[in-house]
Design a protein. Structure first.
Length: 218
């Protein structure tokens, strides 16, 4: 489960997050909705220990990311900024991630099957289409069989088939009881994907509600 408590982040004179608090429950897809610049990526980066908040806390399973002993086995993430190194093959990249998290090598083949990349696993990452690169990122997120998944704008740049695929995958992962937290700036996308919504604007919480209620009121 994810818990953000009074999270504040300043970049110089920009207040990116302004005392943001919410929880994300397991067993459903929670959409993180807000316009560009609202603070979604900043929140995701704080949860993943990539950015130090100015104040407040961002916890996964009650712990800070840097306190996790095998991070990839607790939380899997798809972030644009975490694109794969171009020179490595998808297989090589995943194998490195697996070994640094003490995940068995066999798991790499399994996740490559899950995301439909088994055939291109030995191509260099820089030769992949955007859709394939997104699938490779999803494979990395699934590698540790984590109960918590963070996906920052996962449908960006995907073709229609890829969008349907990733929606189905998120529904499936939530159905298994996992915590799925997915950001988007598109209400239309969230209405089709999420059960619950955390809505933010200018770094503040605007709504924490079911998708049905949000659609009925807006
Ligand atoms: P979103 O993901 O919702 O589009 P961001 O979290 O990327 O929003 O950005 C929130 C605010 O913080 C924006 O005003 C953005 O310009 C600013 N910001 C984000 N990252 C940085 C950074 N590294 N340096 C300065 N400002 C930043
Ligand atoms: P390095 O890039 O120095 O080898 P890491 O071992 O932390 O550092 O990460 C290797 C690559 O694995 C990163 O460039 C990133 O693409 C990817 N990565 C790391 N952690 C995650 C994660 N939680 N989810 C998805 N990809 C990740």
């Amino acid at each position: 489960m994810i818990e953000v408590q009074q999270l504040t982040k300043r970049y110089g004179s920009t207040l990116a997050l302004d005392g943001l608090s919410f929880r994300v429950e397991p067993g459903r897809v929670t959409g993180f909705l807000g316009p560009n610049g609202a603070g979604k990526s900043t929140t995701m980066r704080a949860l993943l220990g990539l950015d130090r908040p100015t104040s407040g806390r961002a916890l996964i399973g009650g712990r800070r990311y840097d306190e996790l002993s095998r991070p990839l086995c607790t939380v899997g993430a798809l972030l644009e900024a975490r694109a794969m190194h171009g020179g490595r093959t998808v297989h090589g990249h995943l194998l490195g991630l697996a070994r640094s998290n003490r995940i068995p090598d066999e798991r790499v083949g399994e996740v490559l099957e899950t995301v439909g990349l088994a055939d291109v696993a030995h191509k260099r990452a820089k030769g992949l289409s955007l859709g394939m690169a997104q699938r490779a990122g999803v494979a990395a997120a699934l590698l540790g069989d984590a109960q918590v998944l963070l996906l920052d704008e996962p449908v960006n740049g995907l073709d229609p088939e890829g969008i349907l695929w990733i929606r189905g995958l998120m529904r499936h992962l939530a159905g298994e009881g996992r915590t799925v937290f997915v950001s988007s700036h598109l209400m239309s996308e969230m209405a089709l994907t999420a059960d619950h919504l955390i809505v933010i604007g200018r770094g503040r919480l605007l709504a924490d509600t079911s998708v049905e209620d949000f659609v009925a009121r807006n």
